[in-house]
Design a protein around this ligand. Structure first.
Ligand code: UD1
Ligand code: CA
Length: 498
């Protein structure tokens, strides 16, 4: 069967979202590392519709750039002071080409789990039945707040009655007095014949409980005009659930995460030990047989290769991890971890960290803007900032790359197979050449040439009898006396026959 692409998708995103109780517009709150409106736009764009229009009003200065960033070719339509979903759709329609024909879909910017497949199903059903309007509906146990699908005696859709209007109808005992008892609700997602939508919207009034121009009124108008109005019911009710407050934001975020993990396990072959404590953003990729241990967050554009181990207790943001790598109890941001490299436990990789194949960043190591070569090791207690570390180099425990002089940051180069002794400070800018050594405990302020060892520390002095003179009567003194007496015995005993 051929896939029908809609002529256009309209995404309504102009609402105030007051129930979010937030300074940030509802459309810009995120789940799974994407804004709500981005989720909606990607589902819309996934239909391959020829046109995409987004209606904005509240916080336009922030919402419009987000729309442009996600789908640059989307048309931005401004809604005026007339309120309601009908007016929002009308403004979008006015911004689309006047000669548009065929099917136009309407969706919401705050319905993040809706998929392109559902929109394409709706389009196909709408077009093959020759409908004027097809509304996506669902049966809910608690339909409170939603518009109800009101059917005539023949079972066809006659109208959508908004919750507030259903309450009014019940109180007044009018035609729709039993609408509140209907469990089938309007998702707010529709397929329209564009001509029907245009002419019907022109007839919609604001004569209702909220004084708004309702998009839902188009159904009864289209029907009166002789058009076929039908519904398509969806089982997966998560797809039509909108975010209205922060409780729903958390609920939808959790469900999105569950769906993401299912996809990674079923399609990518990832092993997720504990889905309840594993949080993975929508864009993240994970390779086959990679183990995600409990309590991890994979954020942004993170990508993990195959056969790797991540976690437990790890947060990776915009980080790339190669095949077979192991990253344990680590926080990383904008880092690249090479194949078969090992990181952690307790490592902090800041932006610009690159670790080559089979390299190592170990416990209590912080790196920033550090390019660490293949097989190089930074195993313990180190700060490596603004550094290039050659392949096979070994950075001893407790080495500090002193990159900041209080005014500016400076770079250090450590050459291939160089060996930095423990507890050294390298005062940048500095070059430690290929194949050179730095003695433990050095403070390096002069470049080191190939083949050299640099030793930069005070010479050791051992002063005999100091404890006896300065720490008379202490346990240390007693221990010293005892040890010295024993040394005496041993040396006296030397050479004597047994
Ligand atoms: C709407 C439907 C209702 C349906 C419900 C499903 C109408 C009249 N009612 O109600 O039948 O059950 O959605 O969630 O359509 N928006 C604008 N401009 C506006 C008003 C809203 O762009 O002037 C946008 C919002 O940003 C949001 C969407 O339209 O994305 C829905 O608006 P909302 O006010 O939440 O509609 P409901 O009252 O929930
Ligand atoms: Ca809503």
């Amino acid at each position: 069967m051929s896939v029908s692409r809609p002529a256009a998708v309209i995404v309504l995103a102009a609402g105030d979202g007051t129930r979010m109780k937030s300074d940030l517009n509802k459309m810009l709150h995120t789940i799974g590392g994407r804004t709500l409106v981005a989720h909606a736009l990607l589902a819309a764009a996934g239909t391959q519709a020829a046109h995409l229009a987004v209606t904005v009003r509240a916080q336009r200065e922030r919402v419009a750039p987000q729309v442009a960033q996600i789908v640059p070719e989307a048309v931005i339509a401004d809604q005026d002071e007339v309120k309601g979903t009908g007016r929002a759709a009308e403004c979008a329609l006015d911004a689309l080409p006047p000669d548009l024909s065929g099917t136009v879909l309407v969706t919401y910017g705050d319905t993040p789990l809706l998929t392109s497949e559902t929109l394409l199903d709706l389009t196909r059903i709408h077009e093959s039945a020759g409908n004027a309007v097809t509304v996506l509906t669902a049966h809910l146990e608690d339909p409170t707040g939603y518009g109800r699908i009101f059917r005539g005696p023949d079972g066809t859709v006659h109208a959508i009655i908004e919750h507030k209007d259903a309450v009014k109808a019940r109180d007044e005992g009018s035609e729709f007095q039993h609408a509140l008892e209907i469990g089938e609700i309007n998702s707010g997602i529709y397929a329209f014949d564009v001509e029907v939508l245009r002419t019907s919207l022109a007839k919609v009034t604001t004569d209702n409980a909220q004084g708004e121009k309702y998009l839902t009124d188009v159904l009864a108008i289209a029907r009166d005009g002789g058009g076929r109005v039908d519904s398509h019911s969806i089982e997966d009710v998560w797809q039509i659930e909108g975010v209205n407050d922060k409780v729903q934001l958390a609920r939808m975020g959790k469900e999105l995460n569950r769906r993401t993990l299912d996809r990674l396990m079923r399609e990518s072959g990832a092993i997720v030990v504990d889905p309840d404590t594993t949080w993975v953003d929508a864009e993240v990729t994970v390779g086959r047989d990679t183990v995600l241990e409990p309590n991890i967050q994979l954020k942004g554009a993170t990508s993990i290769g195959a056969g790797a181990t991540i976690g437990p207790d790890t947060t990776l943001t915009d980080t790339e991890v190669g095949d077979g790598a192991s990253v344990v109890r680590t926080q990383a941001h904008l880092a690249v971890i090479g194949p078969e490299a090992t990181v952690g436990p307790f490592s902090y990789l800041r932006p610009g960290t690159t670790l080559g194949a089979k390299g190592k960043i170990g416990g209590f190591v912080e790196t920033k803007n550090a390019d660490i070569g293949a097989g190089a090791k930074v195993p313990h207690l180190t700060y490596a900032g603004d550094a290039t570390i050659g392949e096979g180099a070994n950075i001893g425990a407790g080495t500090i790359f002193a990159n900041y002089d209080g005014v500016a940051k400076h770079h250090t180069n450590v050459g291939k197979h160089a060996f930095i002794g423990s507890n050294s400070v390298i005062i940048a800018p500095r070059t430690i050449a290929d194949g050179s050594y730095v003695g433990a405990g050095s403070a390096i302020e002069v470049d080191v040439k190939p083949g050299q060892i640099a030793v930069a520390r005070g010479r050791q002095r051992n002063i005999d009898g100091w404890v006896a003179r300065r720490r008379q009567g202490t346990k240390t003194h007693e221990a010293a006396e005892a040890a010295l007496a024993q040394d005496q015995d041993t040396s006296e005993g030397e050479g004597t026959p047994a």
